[in-house]
Structures are given as structure tokens and as C-alpha cells.
Design a protein around this ligand. Structure first.
Ligand code: NAD
Ligand code: AKB
Length: 323
């Protein structure tokens, strides 16, 4: 069986996707790739193969794909929305250069590709509530520009060269295993972590900034389900809208107080508030539900409970609570 390659393997999603794929297919079948070796603590089985490479380096990617007989690439390596605004040139080079390299190699080698898009493709003129699959796309960040451009490139490579490339517009993802890497939605993970540590939190978004969010087990499930679906049934090759639940920072703080009664959150919005204001509050994911059976398992209450339970376990294991 040909192998799976996950780029950006050390990241918030990559670390959990590598573990899930290794669980399904065996550790040797899944190759992680990132700029640096994975930290010991990120949950990836240590025995699986890992390659240090930059996705901007097409020759290095080609060598890894050939050496491991890779048949499917999960191409996650990217800079995110907040980091992207600090480094727009690098964001274009990594996000677009990396994707173009992967798609060109896929075209030559007949590889299957998963590439994540984002709610960052939407902008101020997009309908905010229940945002349709097909709508105005006017991103305001360089990250959003690379996601929309990437969507069009994926659709083009599928139509023109027959590349089997599939994509999801992930909302903000919430997880406890690996810290998020420089996004606007990262506040949610930060808030939950501080609450689990018994501390207050100052939020960098305003109390009313409502954004679509999803718990990581649903995101991993959606990714694997989309890649397991029959290709004929897929009507969207740019990036399926996938929704789970939406909340404001104030609503998340309230949900946390159901488990941590004294928890206090204050608000000091910074430049990330502007990014959040351009994104939708909720998305219409009817196409994903119809085409490949998308249905999330977690809502805000279930996510909050599960996150706090795991984060508190971590605290006890590290000895920082009750020490
Ligand atoms: P992350 O920042 O946690 O991880 C990205 C990984 O890519 C990092 O480990 C980083 O070292 C690696 N990387 C960066 N530049 C690289 C390069 N030149 N070569 C090789 N590796 C490189 O990001 P994430 O949250 O895991 O996101 C993964 C993908 O999912 C990205 O495409 C992101 O846009 C998308 N996405 C994420 C979210 C979310 O909430 N996490 C939401 C929407 C879309
Ligand atoms: C970010 O905030 O940049 C990401 C995303 C929604 O793409 N979490």
C-alpha cells in the first residue's frame, strides 16, 4: 500500500492527523514532514517516519514522495491569519509556493491531495449568518488571499489535470494536544487553558466577536471522511463549508463558568479583532452534509466539558496543580 505524507505534521492539526492516520494504517505508513523534528510531547507515535523539509523546496518534497512511495498527501504546512499579517511575503511563499509544489507533484505522480482552506476566504461583503457555499469572497488578510487563491488553484488542477484534490473550509479549531499556531481563533484555546489552570484571562477579541468553531475530533473526522468519500459524489473542489457551533468570547467564558465558577474574563481587543470582524458568524454546510454525510458530534457544551477535563488532567500530570 502506498504511504501517506502529512506536511505541517508538528502543528495543531498535523500532530493529531498523523496520530489518527497511524492508528488506522500503521505507524510506518504515515510520514510526517515539517521544518523541525516533532517535540517529544505532541502525541505522535515516535516510531513513525519523519522528514525535515521546507514545502517551498520542490526537489526535497519530490525526494520524500519517491523514497516513501507516497500516494496521498495531506498538505497542512502554512502560516495562519495573525502570523501572516506579520510576514505577508513569507505567507505567500509558503502557502502558495508549497501548494503549487504539491499540486504539480500530484499531477505528475497521480497523488491524491487534501489541502485545508479556511473561513478566512470570506470578507466584509460576505453574508455573515449561515454563509453560503457559493458567495462573495473578499478576504482582507494575506492568509485569506492565499486560501482563496489556493481554492481556485485546487479547482483548476482538478478540472484541467484530473488531480484528486479535496478541501474543507475549517472554522476555528479547538484542541488540547498541540497549541494553535498564530491564528485569530486561538483565543478560545488560550481561554480554556487559563481557566483549567485556575487563572483569569484577558481576551484579544471583543466580548461579542461571534465566530464559527469546531472541536478537533470533528475536524479530524471530517478530513478522513472527505478523503474516504467516493469522488463522483463530490460537487465542491474548492473547499467545503463545514460548521459545528458558533460562540462569542463572552459565551465561551459563560460556558467555562459552568465548570469553573469563579472564572473571570476581561477584554482588550487588538488588531486581531479587525480580522475577526471580517469573518462570518456561522456557515451553511449543506453541501458537505449532502455530498459526504458531514455531521459534527460536539457542540459548545460538550467541547467545553471535554477540553477542561483533558486540560486539568494535564495539569495534574505535570504536577502544577496542588503542588
Ligand atoms: P499550525 O501553525 O499549528 O501548524 C503549521 C505547521 O506548518 C507548523 O508545524 C509549521 O512548522 C509548519 N510549517 C510552516 N512553514 C513550513 C514550511 N515552509 N515547510 C514545512 N512546514 C512548515 O497550523 P494548523 O492550525 O495545524 O493548520 C494546518 C492547516 O489547516 C493550515 O493550512 C491552516 O491554514 C489550516 N486551518 C487551520 C485552522 C485552525 O483553526 N487550526 C482553521 C482553518 C484552516
Ligand atoms: C486562524 O484563525 O487563522 C485559523 C483559521 C480560522 O483559519 N484558525
Amino acid at each position: 500500500m502506498s504511504r501517506f505524507l502529512v506536511t505541517g505534521a508538528n502543528g495543531q492539526i498535523g500532530s493529531e492527523l498523523v496520530a489518527a492516520l497511524r492508528e488506522r494504517h500503521g505507524a510506518r505508513q504515515v510520514v510526517g514532514l515539517d521544518l523541525k523534528p516533532p517535540p517529544a510531547s505532541n502525541g505522535q507515535p515516535r516510531e513513525g517516519p519523519f522528514e525535515e523539509a521546507d514545502v517551498r523546496d520542490r526537489a526535497a518534497l519530490a525526494e520524500v514522495i519517491s523514497a516513501y512511495d507516497v500516494g496521498t498527501v495531506y498538505h497542512l504546512a502554512s502560516l495562519l491569519s495573525a502570523t501572516g499579517e506579520q510576514q505577508p511575503d513569507r505567507t505567500w511563499e509558503v502557502n502558495m509556493g508549497g501548494l503549487k509544489n504539491v499540486l504539480d507533484l500530484a499531477r505528475g505522480e497521480g497523488l491524491r491531495v487534501f489541502w485545508p482552506s479556511s473561513i478566512a476566504v470570506f470578507g466584509p461583503s460576505t453574508p455573515k449568518e449561515n454563509t453560503p457555499q457559493q458567495t462573495v469572497l473578499d478576504p482582507t488578510t494575506i492568509y485569506g488571499v492565499t486560501k482563496r487563491s489556493g481554492e481556485l488553484l485546487c479547482r483548476y488542477y482538478h478540472r484541467r489535470f484530473g488531480v484528486d484534490v479535496r478541501s474543507l473550509r475549517y472554522p476555528g479549531l479547538i484542541s488540547y494536544k498541540t497549541a494553535p499556531g498564530g491564528g485569530t481563533t486561538d483565543y478560545a484555546v488560550e481561554m480554556l487553558r487559563r481557566a483549567a489552570e485556575g487563572e483569569d484571562y484577558t481576551c484579544f477579541l471583543d466580548r461579542g466577536a461571534r465566530l464559527p468553531m469546531m472541536y478537533m475530533p470533528d475536524a479530524i473526522g471530517a478530513t478522513l471522511d472527505l478523503m474516504g468519500a467516493e469522488g463522483e459524489g463530490l460537487t465542491v473542489r474548492e473547499g467545503y463549508n463545514v460548521g459545528a457551533f458558533s460562540f462569542t468570547p463572552e459565551e465561551l467564558a459563560e460556558s467555562i463558568r459552568g465548570h469553573v465558577p469563579g472564572f473571570r474574563c476581561s477584554y482588550a481587543p487588538d488588531e486581531r479583532q479587525q480580522i475577526a470582524e471580517a469573518w462570518p458568524s456561522s456557515v451553511d454546510d449543506g453541501a458537505a452534509r449532502r455530498d459526504w454525510g458531514w455531521a459534527p458530534a460536539y457542540d459548545l457544551a460538550a467541547m467545553t466539558e471535554d477540553m477542561l477535563e483533558h486540560l486539568r488532567e494535564e495539569e495534574w500530570e505535570s504536577g502544577s496543580v496542588g503542588a
